[in-house]
Design a protein around this ligand. Structure first.
Ligand code: PHE
Length: 419
């Protein structure tokens, strides 16, 4: 682990300059990545730029790495979490850093591939000597990062990976979000009590730990609450034709289809559901739906659908409203999708622990993180349980006309069995 220096005084100016250069460059690059439909050249450039800037950093800065899906099928998750983390880094540095040391942020793209996430983890640990890793965003990718962080005793904090197995890897692995045994329960309860569904079909992404875990926890809770599973089918991320599965569903006439998948696939699935004339069936899902891209792909086919997530931009609490306003100012009026405040909170929890830790070695930082109690996050007050998972409510949103998200319900963790 890199030794602690002071990192103040003259060094601070150059350090802040480099940090803001990294931010400006990253921001511009992310915009161009989006516009150019994720071309490889930009991707390499982004990483190179960030790493180049980092090399020039004075020794006193605290190095924080993030692994995010900036390109590939999950690129909108990385967009969200990197923006949230950067906002938090900007703020802590503007406030003078942590005990006088500025935070240097190093962002690596896992290209939405698990093996790339593992490579990025090795690079952050062995070459960049980060004190902690923020990420990855998707559970399957985090499951490739966690063993590396655990073995190297570098604390890892995923902002958004909800699969229970992630933090089970070991005591250096933390998260800022609820877990899927609760999320699956929350949607089962919502389906039974609010949507009044008795018979549901399930379409799961078989190669995605997140989707598989959620389908299982949903089935368990839904049947316990008196529901019936009418049919089950699977797909793999990136598939474009779901007609065979959906035609089969149509023959058993479920009242709803539960799709615990990611926005890109879900958008296409919704369109094909409606194309098959399956108009009355309720579509519902989970936080992997939470991206502005979802409605861009699925359009009207999604109107009336519901999904669970971590917060609502309509929440009147000042913490949420101030955050939304700040984000809109920075990003031309866009609304922050759930990964933004989650990564902001995840970074904030890391900084809070860094302030309390006796030093920034892995074991000390891990101990301080494990002590997180009532951290005042945008997504709620966060207390980590003994398994390093926060206990937080789930929010259910409905997609209204034009893709507008409407708050529908809040499912409290207290209501879940076994939590
Ligand atoms: N929760 C999802 C998973 O664990 C990932 C996710 C990332 C969801 C960002 C929403 C936003 O795989």
């Amino acid at each position: 682990m890199r030794a602690q220096g002071t990192g103040v005084g003259e060094e601070r100016c150059s350090c802040a300059g480099v940090v803001s250069f990294v931010f400006a460059a990253t921001k511009a690059m992310m915009r161009s990545i989006l516009l150019s439909a994720m071309r490889t050249r930009e991707r390499i450039l982004l990483c190179a730029l960030v790493l180049f800037a980092c090399r020039k950093e004075p020794a006193g800065a605290i190095r924080l790495g993030e692994i995010a899906s900036m390109t590939g099928t999950g690129a909108f998750f990385g967009l969200q979490t990197s923006r949230g983390a950067q906002l938090a880094v900007q703020e802590i540095n503007a406030a003078g850093g942590i005990h006088g040391r500025l935070v240097q942020f190093i962002l690596l793209d896992d290209q939405s591939k698990p093996e790339e996430a593992a490579t990025a983890a090795t690079r952050l640990i062995s070459s960049e000597h980060v004190v902690a890793i923020l990420g990855a965003d998707a559970s399957t990718r985090s499951l490739f990062v966690a063993p590396k962080a655990q073995a190297a005793r570098v604390p890892m904090m995923t902002p958004t990976s909800t699969n229970p197995k992630v933090t089970q890897v070991g005591d250096y692995v933390f998260r800022a979000c609820f877990i899927d045994s609760f999320q699956g329960y929350a949607m089962a309860r919502f389906a039974r009590q609010h949507l009044k569904l008795k018979r549901a079909a399930i379409l799961r992404d078989v190669r995605n730990d997140y989707s598989v875990g959620l389908a299982d926890s949903f089935i368990q809770s839904f049947t316990r609450l008196g529901g019936e599973i009418a049919a089950e089918a699977s797909y793999s991320e990136g598939d474009v034709d779901f007609k065979a599965q959906l035609t089969r569903f149509k023959t058993v006439a479920p009242e709803g289809i539960f799709i615990p998948g990611y926005y890109g696939d879900v958008g296409l699935i919704a369109r094909q559901v409606r194309e098959l004339g399956f108009s009355q069936v309720a579509l519902f899902g989970t936080d992997g739906w939470d991206s502005e891209r979802l409605y861009e792909i699925g359009g009207e086919a999604l109107e009336g659908s519901t999904f669970s997530t971590h917060y609502s931009t309509d929440d009147p609490s000042p913490r949420v409203q101030e955050f939304v306003a700040k984000y809109q100012k920075a990003y031309a009026g866009q609304l922050p999708d759930t990964g933004v405040p989650q990564a902001y909170d995840a970074a904030g929890m890391l900084f809070d622990a860094m302030k309390r830790a006796k030093d920034l070695s892995g074991p000390s930082l891990r101990d301080a993180l494990a002590q997180t109690r009532n951290y005042p996050g945008v997504t709620g007050d966060i207390t980590l349980d003994e398994k390093r998972n926060p206990i937080k409510p789930a929010i259910v949103l409905r997609l209204g006309k034009g893709g507008r998200r409407e708050f529908v319900a809040k499912i409290l963790p207290e209501s879940a069995p076994g939590r």
